[in-house]
Design a protein around this ligand. Sequence first.
Ligand SMILES: [Zn+2]
Length: 321
Amino acid sequence: MGMVRPANDPPAIPLELPPEALVLGIDVGGTTMKGEITDAAGAVHAAGVIETPKGLAAFDAMTALGDQLLGELSTEQRALVARAAVILPGIVDTARAIAVFSSNVGWRDVVIGDRFSARWGMPVLIDHDVTVGGWAEWRFGAGRGIDDVCVLMIGTGISGTLSVGGRLVRSAFGQAGEYGHIPVRYPDGLPCPCGNIGCVETLASGASVARAYSTRTGHETKGAAEVFALLDTDPDAEAVISDAVHALADGLIGVVHAVCPRLIVLGGGLAGAGAALTEPLHRAIAERLRLVPPPQVVVGEFGARAGLIGAARFARCGIVR
Ligand SMILES: [Zn+2]
């Protein structure tokens, strides 16, 4: 990024892998985990998806998935797999390689140590799934080339990443970007699983949109996509999505004033709504602004593959930044 490194600064570590190297990436989700072995061009040489077992068994399943994919390669290819990245939900202490907490899968303070690296015979990096997926959208996807970008992954919950001045913002415990838990309907909103009231997530996550529509109409829905599909014909769907959009705008407005991102990228399941979400969100943000220009709002390029693509890029360049 044009920065000159002083001569006495330690070299940037770890190093980018050579172009012939292959990498193993594993993206652990609440219901399934996906793995891929890819080359520098992103071509997939082995791929698999398995169910995520609850609790500590999830870690054995990660090992087994890696074993399975590595086992599918020829001896020559296997020798080229130089590094792996496993990305995990919840809270991850990357510095100490500890899976701190996942409410979805159900683990607490699991020391990763060398459990993967000893098994697979290569360095294995770990990090937070949304951090890595959001970083991939910023650095290599919809946000590439732009220094100030906010990425929101909207699925069952909402979280994301923030890049300012060409740097990914990370907190002392590893991650930032908990946009879903910014309270926007306090104290009269719905209770959030986090313990607070009226968080963005209680109105704007995929699960919340579906629930709000069911509560309002008495009709069960399969998910938020169904509510978006009714947008042009059903005033209840319109009202529910409008509530979600305004909750997102209310949550983002402080972020927009604080760091003036040029771009907001939406990923996760709800981003499948496309312009039906990005256009009203852009309008809702713009109408709340007086001093700063409204950021563009776009859908991510990688969709549900953001995590896997991020894990592969992470393994390849050795660092998320
Ligand atoms: Zn919350």
